[in-house]
Ligand binder design. Structure first.
Ligand code: PA5
Ligand code: NI
Length: 197
């Protein structure tokens, strides 16, 4: 575990950190039920199991006061009409924020609160995105030719809560309809008062 100051470099062209402690890879098979078109998901998985996204993390104590940081790389592609994306999550400690800095590619961050308020912000090289406390977040790669590469920083005690998102997804889907990116209501999404507790 790191407990001394350190420096590292980001190679934007290769979407790599010069040092990291942990590398997460998420394949299509790791995301059952997360894409809206479940028939397209099943059909695609029978043909191929592409790598959807990768996360490079620096290992630090997961406690308040630390700032966890690393690189997220979402590869280009789609499942049915829906672009490749991260699972998305709330922070377990809901009152914790996150900052994303986009280094490469084009995409959006889809966000929502437990009350059902939603927001979608663009990610372009040079964009800084602030995810306030209480907002769930998911990166979506809308550029079909290139990786979406972001650097993220969040509090050490935040934690990841995938629960609600895994069962019903975000309120808005980001789709490629005949070459145009569209935001569409997620038919599976239920307002908080309609959910079974
Ligand atoms: O904490 C974050 O928001 C990021 O490090 C994400 O974990 C990363 O982008 C991968 O997304 P997810 O954790 O939703 O699979
Ligand atoms: Ni987060």
């Amino acid at each position: 575990m790191r407990n001394r100051p350190f420096t590292f470099d980001i190679s934007i062209a290769d979407a790599l950190l010069s040092t990291y402690d942990h590398h997460i890879e998420r394949y299509l098979s790791d995301m059952p039920g997360m894409f809206a078109d479940t028939a397209a998901y099943t059909a695609q998985l029978q043909q191929e199991n592409p790598l959807l996204y990768e996360v490079y993390e620096i290992k630090l104590p997961e406690v308040a006061g630390e700032l966890l940081h690393g690189l997220s790389v979402v590869h280009p592609g789609q499942v049915g009409d829906e672009y490749f994306m991260t699972k998305g999550h709330f922070h377990t400690v809901l009152a914790t924020a996150e900052v994303y800095y986009c280094l490469k590619g084009e995409g959006v961050m889809v966000m929502e609160t437990p009350e059902g308020d939603w927001a979608v912000e663009p990610l372009r090289p040079g964009s800084v995105l602030y995810v306030p406390p209480r907002w769930a977040h998911r990166s979506v790669n809308t550029g079909l030719a290139d990786d979406l590469v972001t650097f993220f920083v969040y509090p050490g005690n935040a934690g990841h809560d995938y629960g609600t998102i895994e069962t019903q997804g975000f309120r808005k889907l980001v789709l490629n309809r005949r070459g145009e990116t569209q935001l569409v209501d997620n038919p599976r999404w239920l307002a908080p008062e309609e959910r079974m507790s």
